[in-house]
Design a protein around this ligand. Structure first.
Ligand SMILES: [Zn+2]
Length: 279
């Protein structure tokens, strides 16, 4: 069980991302496929199982349909890779928790992490394909984040469950949610940043409410640095720096999961003065 759980978590990412990409493409009419089974957009052939293996099929097929040579959307592979990255980080966190806290606490940590990583991964895949996030799903995510905070605060008040591994339901969760929301809103207002919208503000509120202090700060820096590096690499690849836009939600998701696992460690790394440790 303790060896298996991180491996299962690791596999969930690319498999879920693969399904999410297929769903988002159909939902936004980015593919002609209408059958339950996936089809090639070039020749309409129903794809075989080995053409649908997350992570592996795209490079093995060299990004083309084996029959007609139709180009497969590389964003599908990007989504699967991102699913792997997000859930690799979560799997490391689960592995760490299994070794350091009680079994019950590790299970709660795993369940909460998996649930919100799946929600955020879906929004990441959506953002990757459309540069927007669906309002409906965002609303559900806000509801889930509020529910988690109320539930955890209640359980803590009555000492009803071992919740030490998850930092949800504390007053600082609410405070950080307000600060993160206000901060993102101010950035949008001040910079009139294209491609950033109210969806990103809401997502920042959700993530901060699940991390509290100080992990929200770590999530923000992780997002900022990873998005900047990815944007720069993408600009070099494209050969132009101006007008390059990248979807932000995948990097907010990375920030969330990295801070969920190493929130305090990263904060200490960022703000450590010689000989001091804030946490
Ligand atoms: Zn084809």
């Amino acid at each position: 069980m303790e060896v298996l759980l991180p491996i299962v978590i690791l596999l969930v990412g690319p498999v879920a991302a693969s399904y999410m990409a297929a769903y988002v493409m159909r939902d936004n009419k980015l593919t002609q496929a209408r059958e339950a089974r996936s089809q090639c957009d070039g020749c309409g052939r129903t794809l075989k199982w080995y053409e649908l293996v997350p992570l592996f099929s795209y490079p093995l097929l060299r990004g083309k349909c084996a029959t007609c040579g139709h180009k497969i959307d590389p964003r599908i592979w990007l989504a699967e890779l991102w699913g792997l990255v997000i859930f690799l980080v979560l799997a490391i966190g689960v592995n760490k928790m299994l070794a350091t806290v009680s079994g019950q606490e590790a299970i709660i940590y795993t369940a909460v992490g998996t649930f919100f990583c799946l929600v955020l991964l879906y929004l990441s895949v959506y953002d990757l394909f459309t540069f927007s996030i669906p309002t409906e799903m965002t609303r559900w995510a806000v509801g889930a984040a509020i529910l988690a905070n109320v539930l955890f605060a209640g359980l803590r008040a009555f000492n009803a469950a071992p919740l030490a591994a998850v930092h949800i339901g504390y007053p600082d969760n609410l405070l950080m949610a307000l600060i993160a929301g206000g901060f993102f809103w101010a950035i949008i207002r001040l910079t009139r940043q294209k491609g950033m919208g109210i969806g990103d503000v809401i997502l920042a509120v959700i993530i901060a409410s699940l991390l509290g202090w100080p992990a929200t700060v770590s999530a923000f820096y992780t997002m900022l640095i990873s998005a900047a590096v990815a944007g720069l690499l993408w600009a070099i690849f494209k050969g132009k720096l101006r007008g390059t836009i990248i979807p932000l939600v995948p990097f907010m998701t990375l920030g969330f999961v990295v801070a969920y696992v190493w929130g305090i460690e990263i904060f200490n790394l960022l703000f450590q003065w010689p000989g001091t440790n804030l946490f």
